[in-house]
Design a protein. Structure first.
Lengths: 221, 221
DNA sequence: AAATATTTTTAGATTTGTCTAAAATTTAAT
DNA sequence: ATTAAATTTTAGACAAATCTAAAAATATTT
């Protein structure tokens, strides 16, 4: 089997992988929206991926990655997240500006490159956004910590990490009385701007922006 | 003007740039050979590059990069050589195995990425093969040192650098009585295997392999 | 359960980069 | 200066990835 995939194929595999993460069901329309393309194009690619044995696909019914497809997806995610670590830790990129660049670097497939990069970075387990990095066998630590926007409402949790060390972020956190170890609950979310309302013990309810929420990692307690 | 080029376009630009380096004239056949493609495909692309104002092109007559084309070429060469430095200096690749990987990385175009990588590497002036790295304005130090295979016959020269610090290389150099500062002349070249015959003062003529020759940098004296 | 709306797929076209085979041009040789 | 040889370009075809418009299948409403 040819283990070499086009950039387009890899982007579809990765998008299916992410969309199918929590529950499992992905639709043609969702996928088209995620990839900024048209449903007809998605259908075309689904047929190609099926022919490549990366996808189970029943027209009009459903589709999901095969075991092989999943393995490929994890390899792509690994590359993406390792490059994000590199960009932030070594090249001093802001954690919020690395995604687009990593999206290009992730398609350089050399296994040797990826494993040496991994070693160079000290075999990190999480990327700058707190997402876990699969190892070279595709095994991924289920993160104890999750990004704050993923925390369910009214669930007590504790701040375990922040997504960057920028002084701007730290200044804002100090002002909001948030630090590592702070206990909080999410009370509400406004879908207009994805801002969150938080309750911290002995403090009034506060509102934080989506960007700030993304920079906070918590574990439930 | 759209300053975004496809991988194919970039590969053509780079190949034309390199082939046109010493003298200036490139032919369709040469270019096809260098890119492992067919002359007809080359002609097609020449027309596209002309339309993009990157190439002066008179059918059946000649073609060469415009000033703009040259600028693009230098940016690609810069990316390629910086990545080679990264692979050798940071990821511990052998200097002889980086070319293929750099060939992929060079097409990631983000200017910010390249400039930060440059800074991270300490703004190197030469890549692991001794080739000069253009700066962000496309200016390239004319190397005082050249790679040994480029040295003209019977021209006294002095070894100024070696292309790697691998112990295998150093062992071989010791055995051949070559080191930094050694004075030598190239007497002959065998095109079968590109091996060279060298004369070092007070020593008999010796033969060295193409690979060893590529690892040696000299300046004329 | 029929009618309507939504989703998904097909059919046919387009763009990019490539190819083969044939024609045009230039170069070399008699 | 013709003829022969080599080089280069054109013409027409193909695969990959995309699109629009129309058809098919599924889901929702009344």
């Amino acid at each position: 089997m040819n283990n070499n995939f086009s950039v387009a194929e890899e982007n579809y595999i990765k998008a299916i992988f992410h969309l199918q993460q929590p529950a499992g069901r992905v639709t043609t329309n969702e996928l088209a929206a995620a990839l900024q393309t048209k449903p007809a194009s998605v259908t075309d690619m689904l047929k190609k991926l099926k022919a490549r044995l990366l996808l189970h696909y029943k027209p009009y019914q459903e589709f999901y990655l095969t075991e092989e497809g999943n393995k490929i997806a994890l390899a792509i995610v690994r590359r993406h997240r390792l490059w994000e670590c590199f960009l932030v830790d070594k090249l001093q990129f802001g954690w919020d500006e690395v995604h687009a660049v990593a999206e290009e670097l992730e398609h350089v497939g050399s296994k040797k490159l990826v494993d040496k990069l991994d070693a160079f970075l000290g075999r990190p387990k999480f990327d700058p956004h707190g997402d876990p990095i699969p190892d070279s066998n595709g095994k991924m630590n289920v993160p104890k910590q999750i990004s704050l926007p993923r925390l369910a409402f009214n669930t007590p949790a504790e701040v375990t990490a922040v997504g960057s060390q920028s002084s701007e972020l730290l200044e804002l956190l100090k002002h909001k009385n948030i630090g590592i170890g702070t206990r909080l609950e999410v009370k509400n979310k406004f879908s207009f701007d994805n801002s969150l309302e938080l309750k911290i013990k002995n403090h009034p309810v506060i509102t934080i922006s989506e960007r700030l929420a993304n920079a906070l990692f918590v574990k439930t307690i």
